[in-house]
Ligand binder design. Structure first.
Ligand SMILES: Nc1ncnc2c1ncn2[C@@H]1O[C@H](COP(=O)(O)OP(=O)(O)OP(=O)(O)O)[C@@H](O)[C@H]1O
Ligand SMILES: [Mg+2]
Length: 226
């Protein structure tokens, strides 16, 4: 379980990006985090991977306090959470295969494992035929699918996606959403931060709404109300 225990984040003394956020996310849930620009969605996600530290409160992943980990301990916990971003963050000089393999190399995995796992995740995202393509040879939707494959390859328990469809047209947006649903059905917790009202309404899953850094709605089968 992911547990935000009364978490606040203050970047500048005059305003809080998050205020007293308490949130539990159970294994295998699909949760959308919605809210206007500046509401605190990215801040919330960054704290889960310890890219930002809360000013107050604590964050736990299965009982491990993320906020209390040393730099040496962090990579192991970060590998349990796959990350996907709006701008893909693929390495331009590497092929799809190499981008995904790189995440496994960084995790210290052996070549045999890499050769076995990379085609598996490429197949899962429907891009086995683009294995040797470079990012500039891929469409936006394809780039995002490679990024999702990379996020999955170390078999994380959680995938967090921060506005993953922000640069995509409606058709590619749905391909990515369907893929996230499929990944969730295979047993991975999905946390999706998005502005996209249509996605959230159509998903019919849990919705947590942030407004000025506070949770103003948390509903199973929610709709985007802000
Ligand atoms: N590094 C930072 N330093 C100072 N203030 C920051 C920093 N990062 C974010 N903020 C502020 O914290 C608040 C929340 O920002 P955050 O990026 O979490 O919002 P968001 O909901 O992700 O917005 P968007 O939908 O535009 O991505 C905003 O007021 C923002 O200006
Ligand atoms: Mg954001």
């Amino acid at each position: 379980m992911i547990f935000f225990d009364n978490v606040s984040k203050i970047y500048t003394p005059t305003s809080a990006a998050l205020k007293n956020v308490t949130l539990r996310i159970m294994p295998k849930e699909f949760v959308s985090i919605v809210g206007a620009s500046g509401a605190g969605k990215t801040t919330l996600l960054k704290m889960l991977i310890a890219e930002e530290k809360p000013s107050e409160g604590r964050i736990f992943l299965d009982g491990i306090e993320i906020t209390g980990l040393s730099y040496r301990e962090l990579p192991k916990v970060r590998r349990r959470i796959g990350t996907v971003f709006q701008d893909y963050k693929l390495l331009p000089q590497k092929t799809s295969f190499e981008n995904i393999a790189f995440a496994m190399e960084a995790a210290g995995l052996a070549d045999e494992e890499i050769k076995e796992s990379v085609p598996q995740v490429l197949e899962l995202v429907g891009l086995l035929d683009k294995s040797d393509s470079f990012p500039h040879e891929l469409s936006g939707g394809e780039k995002q699918r490679v990024a999702i494959a990379r996020a999955l390859v170390n078999r994380p328990e959680v995938i967090m996606a921060d506005e993953p469809t922000g640069n995509l047209d409606p058709i590619n947006t749905w391909e990515i959403v369907k893929l996230l649903v499929k990944i969730n059905e295979l047993g991975t917790t999905v946390i999706l931060a998005t502005h996209n009202k249509e996605i959230v309404d159509d998903l019919g899953r849990r919705v947590v709404a942030l407004e000025n850094g506070q949770i103003v709605m948390d509903e199973e089968k929610g709709k985007y109300v802000i």
